[in-house]
Structure formats: C-alpha cells, structure tokens
Design a protein. Structure first.
Lengths: 211, 211
C-alpha cells in the first residue's frame, strides 16, 4: 500500500440522524473505504469500531444477524458523546466476511435448506470462514496517528491484529439487542466457534427467549 | 449482456423487518445486482422500484436526501401487501448517480463550501449529472418475463427508458416524508432541473416548512 501513503482522504461534513459527522473517504488501489468521526481532528485516545458492511441487514432489514444494530448503536454513541473521539472504519467490500453479497446469499440458502450454521454452510460451499483482511484499517489508523484505542468489538481476531501492530488496546464488549431468534443463534455460533466475547450474555438471552 | 442470459440468479428467502422476502442475486460481468420480492414467483402485473444505492443515507443516516425513505417505504409496502407482486431492483454500484462514493463526498464538500446545488456541484467537478445506466434492470425484467409495470418513481428518465423498451407502464408518484430541509431542497432541485414529477408537492412542503 506504499503509493497510497501519499493519498489524502476526501473529507466532508454531513448532517445525519446522529448529528453532524465528518466523513473521510480513502481510495485504495482495489477499493474505497470510509471512515466516519464526530470530530474533524482525529485524536488519541479513540473509541473505534472496525465494521464490515452487511447490506442484507443494514440496507434490506435482514433479521439474520445483529450487524445493523451494532453499527447504529456505535453511530448513536458517536453522535451523542460530544466529549470523546469516535472513529468508525467501514469496509464497503466485506460483505459476508469477504465472500461478497451473491456468495452470502448462496450461504444463506444452504443454511436454510440443509439447516447448517454459518460456519458449516461456508465450509459446505468451499469458503473459509473469514476472508477479510484488515490491513487497510491499520493504514487508516496510522494515517490519523492513532495509538490508544478502545475497540467496540466482540471479535478476538480484530483485537489480536491491533495488538500485534502495537496499538494500545482496551476492549469494550459490545452487546446490542439482537433483533431476532435467528440473530441470537448466529451470535451463539460466533461465540462458540469464533471465540467471540459475549457467550454468557448470549446464553442468557437464549434461555430467556425460550421461556 | 448476451452471456448473462444463461446465468440464473442465486435465490434465497430472508426474514426481514418487513417480513420474509425473496432475494435474487444476479451476477453480471462487472457488477452484482440484487432484486427483492415479496413473492417467489414473479408475475405480471408488478409494482416496481428501480433503486440506486445511496449508502450515505441508507447506511450512515445522511439527511441530505430522501433515498433511504423511498427505499424503506417501498420495502414496507412490499412486506405488508400480501396480494400484489412487488419487485425492487437494487443497483449496488450507483452511488452518487454512478460517480461512486468518494466522488459523491467530493460533490458534497463542493456543495458545502461553494453553496452549490447538486447539479452545479457535479458540473463544477466535471461530472455529468447522471452516469447511471439501467440496461441491467431491463435484463432482469426480461428474465422475469415482466410486461406490465407500475413504477414507483418520480424520475421521468426511468419511465422513458421503460416505455422505449416496450413495457406497459403506469406511474405511481412517490412522495415520502423528506427527512430534513436539506432533503427538501435537494428534491426541489431534482424537480426543477431534472423534471421530477413532484414539484408542486415539494413546493408546498417547503412553504409549510418556512412558516
């Protein structure tokens, strides 16, 4: 990503339902990535979310996951908390953990027909569980000279990557209200198979739901 | 698009906040397009919306336009009306009327700094007002053997294209509640400069807003 070091982001302020937010558009050779903040000047320490797009829930209202709830919750915090610095790094090309929207629809259909969980269905179709690469988030964090991060995430992989790159990391476990039983079971799968941090919280919600 | 005639869409059913909906993912050489319906079997006559993605409003809550309201309103109708057939054709690569997200952010910044409207700002940056091409919507309509359409749109260009291709078209003017003064003025610009159908309705809303 050498050549992009020269590239400065496109910057503008947009009025949103969460308040006025600053948009930073980064152009990489193979994709565009948007970073959004409540502040024009991005400073340490920062509350960070690295978010992979999920058009099925964020645009089309799918109940199969909790992605849109996580995104909206973080943006709400960002808009409300005038004191602290927030940064959302939004990957526009990470649909279905990087396999793309059409492949994600294939995975959903396999899940539906064969009653598989998300890991099993990906495997059934020959996909790895996670095809994402977060290097460009590191680039963007470096661009903003970020060192101290509170990351809003339940994903141990993201924490590991940031720690390995030398960032000073605190973790904010991030349980939003799951929108459906589908999403609850999806979260439990991620907790059991992917080591996500909120297993106990999810277990309690599932128990409550079954009563 | 000859070769794609052979391609069948990926099909699955997804539970959404609007009810269970059928997703049809079409793969073209240069892009993926999603069609969504309340029915598995797409039949004539059809209530149609051809929608260009607007991630700024649909994902990030921008108040500068009414795209997300139009999309949500159409999907709500689709979910509620069990009797009639609805089809949403969603172009994932049409951000900013086809110029892409980063260029759209540039246009917004020019609008903000120079107090230009959307047409003037696009021109200022050397973009045509509209870079979109709807040929793939025609392909999808033909794939589903659609002939009779009620189109939910205020855009005379979309109506013209469908009429020229021989579809039997009725128009459903589509005024959703604009989310902000920004959006109202954006709508008025589209009405005045692009001939959109709802000029009088918008004028009344602006007058009401100014009282």
């Amino acid at each position: 990503m050498k050549e992009e070091i020269e590239n400065k982001p496109v910057i503008t302020k947009i009025p949103t339902i969460y308040g006025d937010l600053w948009f930073f558009g980064f152009k990489f050779e193979d994709e565009e990535i948007v970073a959004i903040s409540n502040k024009r000047k991005i400073k340490n320490p920062i509350n960070l979310r690295i978010h992979s797009c999920c058009f099925t829930s964020e645009i089309f209202g799918s109940l199969k996951c909790d992605c849109v709830q996580q995104l909206n919750q973080f943006m709400k915090l960002m808009g409300e908390d005038k004191k602290n610095n927030y940064l959302l790094i939004y990957f526009l090309n990470h649909e279905g953990r990087g396999i793309g929207l059409l492949n994600k629809l294939k995975v959903y259909e396999v899940q539906r027909k064969l009653k598989l969980d998300t890991y099993e269905a990906n495997k059934y179709l020959g996909f790895d569980y996670d095809h994402r690469n977060f290097d460009k988030a590191i680039y963007i964090l470096n661009y903003f000279k970020i060192e101290e991060i509170t990351i809003f995430s339940n994903n141990p992989q993201k924490v590991k990557i940031l720690k390995e790159r030398g960032f000073n990391i605190s973790i904010k476990k991030f349980l939003v209200r799951p929108p459906s039983t589908y999403a609850l079971h999806y979260l439990m799968t991620k907790a059991e198979r992917g080591g996500h941090f909120i297993k106990e919280e999810i277990r309690k919600l599932i128990e409550k739901n079954m009563k």
